[in-house]
Write a protein that binds this ligand. Structure first.
Ligand SMILES: [Mg+2]
Length: 278
């Protein structure tokens, strides 16, 4: 499959998009504005991206749209001026207030029990499951195995535990880069998060950037809104060669890595501040 064109060679497309205001900018965090790190705690966002996001928030609705919980997202991104949609849009931090989508509330205790159960399995099988990190994010659970010596074997073992007694019990599983997530059985995702923001902020255009499987929901949502004539939109896959096929297939353009995202956001902040809306 051919990769979508490089957005840095087609900045006119972004200029045209930004002429339709209000603009919404939705950025995933890990792998998009922050290089993938060995552990979630080690991820960082560059000062240039922080400055650009803060500047863009004066002229656009800026949302960090992530699988992280909002507390972790705010700590890593470190920009107070923007909004945060955590847990794939199940949790929000905007205008100084944290909110949880009511639909997910009934599942938090169950997810926590699963985290405790898997934590016990990690303690019981320290040789097999060494390097596995559990992240209890409230309404969802992330199991990271990037640091495992044999990631493929560890992935199989985790999937077996999730399928067994005390496991995920039919809750939806989703896999990302060196990551398995257990999600509550609700129809909320990055796509519904964008649709909610488009409606609440009456957005005329949307630019969305992401690098992994959960971003496909976001890309498909904006394509649908665009197809209905509801707004102008561009979906951008951040890919240094390891992006999921489905993400590339749903993207209009690509950027090579978070450094290319930094270049785009720096340019766009200048464009939005100095340009004249059409
Ligand atoms: Mg990501």
């Amino acid at each position: 499959m051919s990769a979508p064109p490089d957005l840095l060679e087609h900045l006119d497309a972004v200029r045209r998009l930004a002429g339709h205001r209000p603009l919404g900018l939705f950025v995933d965090i890990d792998g998009t504005i922050a290089p993938i790190a060995p552990t979630p705690e080690q991820a960082t966002v560059s000062p240039a991206i922080q400055r650009s996001l803060a500047a863009l928030s004066r002229d656009a609705t800026v949302v960090a749209l992530t699988g992280r919980d909002t507390a972790s997202a705010r700590r890593v991104v470190g920009v107070a001026e923007i909004a945060y949609a955590g847990n794939h849009g199940m949790e929000w931090w905007e205008d100084g207030a944290a909110t949880l989508e009511p639909l997910v509330q009934p599942y938090i205790e169950r997810i926590h029990r699963l985290a405790v159960h898997l934590g016990a399995a990690l303690a019981d099988e320290p040789g097999v499951l060494a390097g596995v990190l559990l992240e209890d994010k409230g309404p969802s659970l992330a199991i990271h195995y990037r640091l495992a010596a044999d990631p493929a074997a560890v992935r199989e073992r985790i999937l077996a535990l999730l399928a067994g007694p005390g496991g995920a019990g039919g809750f939806p599983l989703r896999e990302g880069k060196m990551l398995i997530e257990v999600l509550p059985p609700v129809a909320l995702n990055k796509g519904t998060a964008i649709a909610r923001t488009v409606e609440r902020r009456a957005l005329a255009s949307v630019l969305v950037l992401g690098d992994d499987t959960t971003d496909v929901d976001a890309f498909e949502a904006v394509r649908e809104l665009r197809a209905r004539g509801a707004l102008e939109a561009l979906a951008v896959a951040v890919s240094s060669g390891d992006a999921p096929e489905a993400l590339l297939a749903a993207a209009d353009y690509r950027l090579a890595d978070p450094a290319a995202v930094e270049t785009l956001l720096t340019w766009l902040a200048g464009e939005m501040a100095g340009g004249t809306p059409s």
